[in-house]
Design a protein around this ligand. Structure first.
Ligand code: ADP
Ligand code: MG
Length: 255
């Protein structure tokens, strides 16, 4: 599979909460077009790193570069426009809204006005709501929950809620997608479906950072694995190298 340069570079990044360095001097490069797994024991700093990369947390020090441009401490809505999308470890959907409406929120948040709309100073509602709805439906179809478009998010099965979160993230047309434990709580067959979805997205050129505990899933889809422990990178490399690294076996697999 082709690599086309670098997607995200983290340079010596630290996130400190009081006396705790949740992310401690992390330098890592995510190559464009790859699935890059981020693993490590609970509390290692995985979610913090995703929150950092998506602008939900600020760094204490260090720099972040996205597609060659500095993005250090830009806010999440700015990073969303620059092509970063994410899902949450605990799904954060609008429970009272339908599945379709949840995706519409993603579409509305993202879509910047077209040249003509700006030129004519057309109000936002002028834009074709019907086209937004069609796009939202297509995204639901793509993640295989199209039949539940009118179901309230809170009434969806858990596995479908996880897929809805991915559909909403895709609404912003991301180049870099951050998935925080997408397989947590899924059945074995749902995990199989998730593997296919991740492969398909990656095949369409989306770079993916995958935080996961399911070792089989990581082995199946990842090009590269970075292991965090106590906020620090203790190993990074291809799946086989990392899996045989004594420090990793000690910190993670040996638990
Ligand atoms: P992981 O996702 O690898 O399980 P986290 O990134 O969630 O780990 O957490 C890393 C450490 O940072 C933990 O000790 C956690 O309690 C702490 N932490 C995370 N977010 C915050 C926060 N907003 N405020 C204070 N401490 C935090
Ligand atoms: Mg986490």
């Amino acid at each position: 599979k082709g690599h086309f340069g670098e997607s995200l570079n983290l340079e010596d990044m630290t996130v400190q909460f009081g006396g705790l360095k949740a992310v401690d001097s992390v330098s890592e490069t995510i190559q464009r077009g790859t699935v890059h797994a981020l693993i490590g024991p609970n509390g290692a700093g995985k979610s913090t790193l995703l929150n950092l990369a998506s602008g939900f947390y600020r760094s204490t020090s260090g720099r972040a570069i996205l597609f060659g441009e500095e993005i250090t401490n830009l806010k999440s809505h700015t990073l969303s426009k620059r092509g970063v999308a994410r899902t949450f470890q605990n799904t954060e959907l609008f429970g009272e809204m339908t599945a379709l409406e949840n995706v519409l929120v993603g579409l509305h948040n993202q879509a910047t006005a077209t040249f003509l709309e700006t030129l004519l100073r057309l109000p936002r509602h002028y834009r074709d709501e019907k086209r937004f709805r069609e796009t939202a439906q297509q995204l639901l179809d793509y993640v295989d929950i199209g039949a539940y478009a009118e179901t309230k998010a809170s009434n969806l099965a858990f596995g479908h809620q996880r897929r809805l979160e991915i559909a909403r993230a895709l609404a912003t047309n991301p180049a870099l997608l951050l998935l925080d434990e997408p397989a947590a709580g899924l059945t074995q067959s749902e995990i199989g479906g998730l593997v296919e979805l991740i492969r398909d997205l990656n095949g369409r050129g989306v770079t993916i950072i995958l935080v996961e505990h399911h070792v089989d899933l990581i082995m199946d889809v990842s090009d590269k694995v970075t292991v965090l422990d106590h906020g620090r990178v203790i190993a990074s490399g291809d799946v086989e190298t990392v899996r045989n690294d004594p420090a990793v076996i000690e910190a993670y697999f040996g638990q």
